[in-house]
Design a protein around this ligand. Structure first.
Ligand code: NAP
Length: 221
């Protein structure tokens, strides 16, 4: 049975991913800030507490995988925040919290878990169209956009570093999804986005590439 660890599994896309991977017969390690998840218990589900802005919390998850000798087939860095989405002028407090979670959290959580991956493992970094440089259109949401551009660069850099180990690393845009972050006007349900991301996880994608899960197509950076 394949194993997946998902961050931000307590709500939105992460929660839907947890349900979809369980349906697809994965062993799921769902990381939530509370250490609990409001779903029916499942024999293949383990819920772990994770606060990405706390080094100690990342270390505890690492210790769990280490002491249980767990090998990871898939890591999904899904957790993210966007306190400055739709605001025009950069503001320091939003920058700090956004970078702490979306960038430092994603990078150092991934680094902590690399030792549990191996040949054939896949790392998905949930990014966003809003971090895309190629089709930049609106001058808002600076901290959020820049955080996603930053993790796109980490995707490229990590994929180059892990090339010889044959570990695949991809940035994924989940679509515009009806969640706390995406808002009520978003066209996609979290369940639909999760199905699309699971479908991408079943395919071999070239490492170091950026994918739109909604249309199952590769994106420019
Ligand atoms: N929704 C969209 O339209 C859309 C579009 C493009 C990209 N994305 C990306 O998709 C991912 C999931 O977003 P979503 O729409 O599902 O948002 P969401 O409903 O707001 O869920 C975000 C999740 O991240 C967790 N989280 C936030 N800060 C954290 C931290 N410091 N440590 C650990 N977990 C933390 C939250 O935990 P709590 O529940 O405890 O707060 C929550 O479970 C994000 O990376 C987002 O940028 C979303």
């Amino acid at each position: 049975m394949k194993t997946v660890v998902i961050t931000g599994a307590g709500a939105g896309i992460g929660k839907a991913l947890t349900a979809e991977f369980l349906r697809t017969d994965y062993r799921v390690y769902a990381c939530t800030r509370s250490g609990t998840l409001d779903v029916t218990a499942h024999p293949n589900l383990t819920v772990l507490e994770l606060e990405l802005t706390a080094e100690q919390s990342i270390q505890q998850v690492k210790n769990y995988f280490s002491s249980n000798k767990i090998k990871l087939d898939l890591i999904i860095n899904n957790a993210g925040i966007g306190p400055d989405i739709n605001t025009l002028v950069p503001e320091r407090k939003s920058f700090i919290s956004t970078f702490e979670t979306n960038v430092f959290g994603t990078v150092f959580f991934t680094e902590a878990l690399l030792e549990f991956t191996g040949q054939g493992s896949v790392i998905f970094i949930i990014s966003s169209l809003m971090g895309q440089m190629d089709r930049f259109a609106v001058a808002d949401s600076n901290a959020y956009r820049m955080s996603k551009t930053a993790i796109n660069m980490y995707t490229k850099s990590l994929s180059a570093r892990l090339k010889n180990e044959q570990i695949q690393v991809n940035a994924i845009h989940p679509g515009w999804v009806k969640t706390k972050m995406g808002g009520t006007e978003a066209p996609l349900l979290p369940e639909t986005s999760a199905k699309n991301i699971v479908a991408l996880a079943q395919r071999h994608l070239p490492s170091g590439t950026f994918w739109d899960a909604e249309n199952l197509r590769q994106m420019n950076w």
